[in-house]
Structures are given as C-alpha cells and as structure tokens.
Design a protein around this ligand. Structure first.
Ligand code: G3P
Length: 217
C-alpha cells in the first residue's frame, strides 16, 4: 500500500520524506489555507521534495473553470495530480483530463456508486473520506471494502482507491487489510504508526544490558 502524506505543510513533508515512507502528497483547499503559503509556490516545493503524485485541487465548480485551473496546476510539475470534486462537472473535467494523459484524483467520495463513476471517468485515484463517514456514525472502512470488491470485478479498471480523511492508525491498518492502493495519512498519524511500548522497553533493556557488558562496537 502506498503512503501519501495529507498536508501542505512543507516542514512536515520535508521531515517525513526523509524517512523514505512518503510515496506522494495530497492537498486540498483547507490544508493549503492552513499552511499559509502561496499555493503555486508551495506546490513547486512539494513536487521537488516528493517525486510521487502530488494532488492539487481545483476550486472552480464548472468544468471549463476546472480545466482552466488544471492547466495552471499541471504547469507546476510533471507529478501533479489534479484533484476534482465528485460532481458531474468534476467527472466531465476528469474525463477530459484523463483523455489527455493527466492524473486525476476525484475527491469527496462517500459512496460506492460515486467511486464507480470516478473509475468510469478515467480517474487515476478516487478518494473516499472514511473519517467523515465515521463522524456521522457510518462505517467508513466498509465503504473501502465495498469499493475494493467492486473494482476487483473489473481487472481492466486502473483507478486506485486512495483512502482519505484518515483519523488514526486503525484506519491505516484496515485500509491495508482490505487492499486499498493508497492511504493518505496526516503527519501526526504517520508518526504514530511506529509507536509501541514494548519496542521502547526492549530498546531500553538491550542498551542497559549492553552498558553492563562494558563493550563498545
Ligand atoms: O485529503 C482529504 C482529507 O484531507 C480530508 O480529511 O480530516 O478534512 O476529513 P478531513
């Protein structure tokens, strides 16, 4: 499963890219506003830091406007993926961009039918938002399982399931169990993945015993 990092914060991206665990980046208008940087300048830096797909979301709501914005975003770097919303205008823009060889990430997906539409529109990625479904007492990961089952019926389908709106390590684990292609992970959650108290205790015990041996490597 590919790990994308879900942030527009350059410091976080730089720090976590150094671990070798970052296969791509997803941004959205909220994350860009939070980062407080010029969008295009930030994208240039992110694309230079991470060679994998970097999702940049359009803000227009009409197909023509989306395509105009997509042209500006595509010009930033080869690894830009254009993020469009799950609307008819978004799907039309997706189809046009996909026909032109552009990676498209269809976002704000909350149902299996929506994911099927994104796949039919030629999306490279579809982003089901699991955390926001959990927030309204629905089972976000069940949607991922449904989409996985449906997509696996059609081997020729190339759209990747990009699990988004991840809130904790259990979302990452379950996404991998189901066989999602990508999980876009907030920096704090990515850092939590490695934590286990027995690992910490084991390292401390090894070093204490090594200290007693009086040896050095
Ligand atoms: O990339 C989509 C993701 O950022 C949305 O997450 O936490 O706003 O539901 P969240």
């Amino acid at each position: 499963m590919k790990f994308f990092i879900d942030t527009a914060d350059l410091t976080e991206i730089r720090d976590l890219a150094a671990t070798g665990m970052v296969d791509g980046v997803t941004t959205n208008p909220t994350l860009v506003a939070k980062a407080g940087r010029d969008f295009i300048e930030a994208l240039k830096e992110i694309c230079a830091l991470v060679p994998g797909p970097v999702s940049a979301e359009v803000t227009a709501l009409d197909t023509a406007g989306m395509l105009r914005e997509a042209e500006k975003l595509r010009a930033v770097a080869k690894n830009i993926a254009i993020k469009v919303p799950m609307t008819w205008d978004g799907l039309k823009a997706c189809r046009t961009l996909a026909n032109d060889g552009v990676m498209v990430n269809v976002t704000l997906c909350f149902s299996a039918n929506q994911a099927l539409l994104a796949a039919k529109a030629g999306a490279a990625f579809v982003s089901p938002f699991v955390g926001r479904l959990d927030d309204i007492s629905q089972e976000g990961m069940e949607l991922i399982a449904d989409i996985r089952d449906i997509f696996d019926n059609y081997p020729a389908l190339e759209t990747e399931i990009l699990v988004a709106s991840v809130r904790h390590p259990a979302h990452v684990l379950e996404a991998a169990r189901i066989g999602a292609d990508v999980c876009t992970i907030p920096p704090n959650v990515l850092r939590q993945l490695i934590r286990h108290p027995l690992t910490d205790a084991g390292i401390a015990a090894f070093l204490a015993d090594w200290e007693k041996s009086g040896q050095k490597i």
